[in-house]
Ligand binder design. Structure first.
Ligand code: NAP
Length: 438
């Protein structure tokens, strides 16, 4: 009789973003573990590739760490394989001892106000995916022949969207902004970008580095209203979290800025809660209610005002997408779990576990904790793992993209780049597959 514990522990991670890779990294420290990371795209790294802003290449550089994990002998990337479509969760649970959902939160939360489905309202998942060459959103083709854009939200995604719209071609030269998006954005006659927060500057979720960047734009002046930035004493400032204190320095500096002829204006306005999207089929404006903040809560004052605009980008957070066979909490917008466990041998990590919060680095302890839990709770059951997945893919005529295949895609993208750009990303799955087959 073979010793049950000497068999390999076969783990499948669904989703190859940071949460998936940090989990794999921790699992791969154990000699008897084999990990397959599957992804519906032929390309790995999830949000690093499709979410992080194209001008934030330093942040994207973390993929080198995930690459190292993939090149190790205990972890395998299996791209172009969609869980729930090509292979069911039930089948994966038969093939592997444990399955981890690291699916992220790819869907926009909706505003939930009248008119939020009008043409010209484009959620951040779509808009960011579009300028980042994500195959699901490359065909978005937003109408940018417009003068005024409203970005809703005071998180870093809102800052990213506003900044990408504000930057010049020169400022984006060292980025991997999708060429079709660059062409449209840089030809757009946009002169005014609003960034609206429903609460105040002290409650904003963006971070100082991102605020600092808004003060250094070549062709865009960032302004804030003096009466919205609290004039705090040294003592009051000292009592604030460091991030808020640093944000306040930037926001205060923006009160001294004035719009300049020939330059775009980015107007950061607080205490403004969206109430209705105006227009017939297409957006022509946004009706808002002024608010005040009490104990951190946003209270409507009943005072209504309107902003004329032709495009609205709600950057108000994301939701995970349910996967058949895994309990989902509609109210949380992610999988129903207790400390990352959904049920026996089924786990989740990252945004699929906790919702869309935290930085890329937050996923590291998350992934490591799930890995430790799996190693503690799951014993190898003699399941076929990757060999079984390959056999199933063969029977179904599915083409699995390996890490080696991805490296061919990556090389082709780097080869296509000119000037300072690090790469030109493919935005069509078929082109990725063609490059992989070369
Ligand atoms: P976020 O940080 O949670 O910000 C969401 C914003 O939307 C908040 O200001 C929130 O206001 C507002 N909001 C929510 N519902 C709203 C509604 N119905 N009407 C008006 N405003 C509404 O989310 P995010 O910006 O999508 O970012 C997601 C995560 O990715 C965050 O953890 C973020 O830090 C991270 N990220 C980091 C970077 C970076 O490090 N450079 C870049 C991008 C994203 P309230 O606060 O009032 O709820």
């Amino acid at each position: 009789m073979p010793n049950k514990n000497s068999k390999l522990l076969q783990v499948c991670i669904i989703g190859s973003g940071p949460a998936g890779y940090y989990t794999a990294e921790a699992l791969a420290k154990e000699e008897n573990v084999r990990v397959d990371i599957i992804d519906k795209l032929p390309t790995p790294y999830g949000l690093i590739r499709g979410g992080v802003a194209p001008d934030h290449q330093k942040i994207k550089g973390v993929y080198r760490r995930y690459e190292k994990t993939s090149l190790g002998e205990r972890v395998r990337f299996a791209g172009n394989l969609e869980a729930g479509q090509d292979v069911s969760l039930g089948e994966l649970r038969e093939l592997y001892d444990a399955v981890v959902l690291a699916l992220g939160a790819p869907k926009d939360r909706t505003l939930g106000i009248p008119g939020d489905d009008k043409l010209g309202v484009i959620g951040s998942a779509e808009f960011v995916g579009w300028y980042n060459s994500h195959p699901d959103f490359a065909g978005l083709d937003p109408d940018l022949d417009i003068s005024t854009v409203v970005v809703i939200g005071n998180g870093n995604v809102a800052v990213d969207a506003a900044r990408v719209l504000a930057k010049t071609p020169q400022e984006m030269a060292a980025s991997d902004l999708a060429p079709y998006a660059a062409e449209k954005i840089h030809a757009a006659p946009i002169s005014k970008i609003w960034m609206l927060g429903r609460r105040g500057p002290l409650e904003a979720k963006f971070t100082p580095k991102e605020m600092g960047e808004l003060g250094e734009l070549q062709n865009c002046i960032t302004v804030t209203d003096k009466d919205q930035i609290p004039d705090l004493t040294e003592e009051q400032l000292a009592a604030l979290p460091l991030v808020v204190r640093k944000n306040m320095v930037h926001l205060k500096a923006f009160t001294g800025n004035r719009p300049e002829a020939g330059k775009k204006t980015l107007h950061m306005q607080f205490y403004s809660k969206p109430a209705e999207v105006l227009g017939e089929d297409r957006v022509t404006g946004l009706r808002l209610e002024k608010t005040r903040v009490e104990n951190g809560n946003c209270i409507g004052t009943g005072e209504i005002f309107e902003i004329g605009c032709q495009m609205i980008i709600p950057c108000i957070g994301y939701r995970s997408v349910p996967l058949e066979g895994a309990k989902f909490r509609e109210d949380w917008g992610c999988f129903d779990n207790q400390d990352g466990k959904i049920e026996d041998r089924l786990y989740c990590t990252g945004w699929a576990r906790r919702g869309p919060t935290g930085t890329i680095g937050t996923n590291r302890p998350d992934g490591h904790q799930i890995a430790a839990r799996i190693l503690r709770e799951v014993t190898p059951g003699g399941r076929p793992g990757g060999a079984g997945l390959d056999a199933l893919a063969g029977r179904r005529g599915l083409e699995i993209i390996t890490f080696g295949d991805w490296q061919k895609i990556e090389a082709a993208e780097e080869k296509a780049a000119t000037g300072e750009a690090p790469r030109v990303k493919f935005h069509r799955t078929r082109d990725m597959l063609t490059a992989a087959r070369r």
